[in-house]
Design a protein. Structure first.
Length: 429
């Protein structure tokens, strides 16, 4: 294919330049200047107001919902919704049904299903996994890592003890795999992110840790009181920068549970992707904003700006499951919006959502930017995102490994299909 016209994002300069012609063959970008000896190319002509971005990379992409009785993964609608919103690579960050997620990955790779490149993580390591128990010994953890290492692209720790995490990191690294963590303050055998960094963890999610989260209380009880100018925050930020640790802030994940400002307004009504039965069943259910999460959302917006200004390494993660009102695939744009609202320039928000994610996962040789020789993963939107980051919501075309999809067509194809269709089917949800 030859993609001609519009403007393409140049990651190094942080500018959009005129697109002379992106040549795609065998799933790879062959040329950025339209030069090719092939004569049988399909031509795709873009409008003047079309802007080409690298595909987005979501490092905390949950493929699950909680509609009625339980939280469960959903493999038919959500992969398509992620892709239609420009996410061409996702890291699943802890799975409830890792065997089924593995099958989804192979189905996407074989072309049986449509979706982003799925880098799955296997089950949670820690008490977030139902069968983990109170504690696991070293041999059990090592055997667990060795079982999953050939099947995943990295590991996720959550509600894990310090001794368990240390073993996980060491064994994962022996298989050249990374570890990310949803950690705590050190309270009640949790692990403070600062201590996990000393152990060699690769990425941290949600909150920075350090002395701002004392081990005498839970992380969430301290987090809502954090201020970006606190010496404890400035100290932990310097620590991250010195160690080169990636931080996945997941800002917008907390805002869903708060007052929901204008960044949570629909531009597409995400409820219409659920079945008629689900919509009718959930209609009129009132939601009470959680004050703690609203405060945490505000705190995180302030601290992420301080982290950014200090040179911290940030990635994009949505960390949202659906309760019947929002879908995580659309959350990529809300997270971009939240980053910009926090004071991060749109150009760097785009880098956070693309090349930073690729570097954090160790896949930047083939992903994260529009360059000759890289995978043909790109997302075409209407309107310049550098002028208004909300223009990323105006998806027109998404290309994943050279395969071209119309965003509207993808979304139309899965409307009304998520969830049970009757009372008899609720038991599975």
């Amino acid at each position: 294919m030859l993609l001609v016209g519009g403007h393409r994002f140049d990651t190094k300069s942080g500018k959009f330049v005129r697109n002379k012609g992106i040549v795609i063959s065998a799933g790879v970008i062959q040329s950025m200047i339209g030069r090719t000896s092939a004569s049988n190319l399909q031509r795709q002509i873009l409008a003047e107001d079309d802007y080409i971005l690298p595909g987005f990379i979501d490092l905390h992409a949950h493929y699950n919902v909680r509609l009625f009785k339980k939280r469960r993964e959903e493999f038919h609608v959500l992969p398509i919704v992620y892709l239609a919103n420009g996410a061409t690579v996702t890291f699943s960050a802890g799975e409830l049904d890792p065997q089924a997620m593995q099958k989804l990955r192979t189905d996407i790779e074989s072309g049986k299903k449509i979706g982003p490149r799925l880098i799955n993580s296997g089950p949670y390591f820690g008490r977030a996994r139902p069968d983990w128990g109170r504690q696991r010994n070293a041999n059990q953890i090592v055997e667990d890592v060795r079982h999953w290492a050939p099947l995943v692209g990295g590991f996720k720790a959550k509600s894990i003890r310090p001794d368990e995490l240390k073993i996980l990191i060491k064994e994962a690294h022996s298989h050249q795999l990374t570890v990310t963590g949803h950690l705590g303050s050190g309270f009640r055998q949790s692990v403070n992110p600062r201590d996990a960094i000393e152990m060699g963890i690769d990425r941290i999610e949600h909150f920075l840790g350090g002395d701002a989260l004392p081990n005498t209380r839970s992380a969430y009880s301290s987090l809502k009181e954090v201020q970006p100018a606190m010496p404890e925050i400035l100290s932990i930020i310097r620590f991250y920068v010195e160690k080169g640790i990636w931080f996945d802030a997941t800002l917008s994940a907390y805002g869903y549970f708060g007052k929901r400002g204008e960044e949570y307004e629909y531009w597409i009504d995400e409820r219409k992707f659920f079945t008629d039965f689900v919509r009718a069943k959930l209609k009129g259910k009132e939601r009470t904003p959680i004050e703690t999460f609203e405060k945490i959302y505000q705190v995180k917006q302030k601290t992420i700006r301080a982290f950014y200004e200090a040179g911290g390494k940030i990635t994009l993660g949505t960390d949202h499951f659906s309760d019947g009102s929002f879908l995580p695939g659309f959350g990529v744009h809300r997270e971009l919006d939240a980053l910009v609202r926090s004071g991060i320039p749109p150009v760097d928000a785009i880098r956070i959502a693309t090349i930073n994610g690729a570097r954090a996962l160790g896949i930047d040789k083939n992903h994260g930017s529009l360059e000759t020789g890289k995978s043909a993963d790109l997302y075409v939107v209407s309107g310049n995102p550098l002028k208004n980051i909300r223009n990323t919501r105006n998806g027109k075309i998404v290309v994943r490994a050279g395969k071209v999809y119309q965003c509207d067509s993808l979304l139309r194809g899965v409307q009304g299909k998520l969830g049970p269709h009757s009372e008899q089917e609720i038991e599975g949800w």
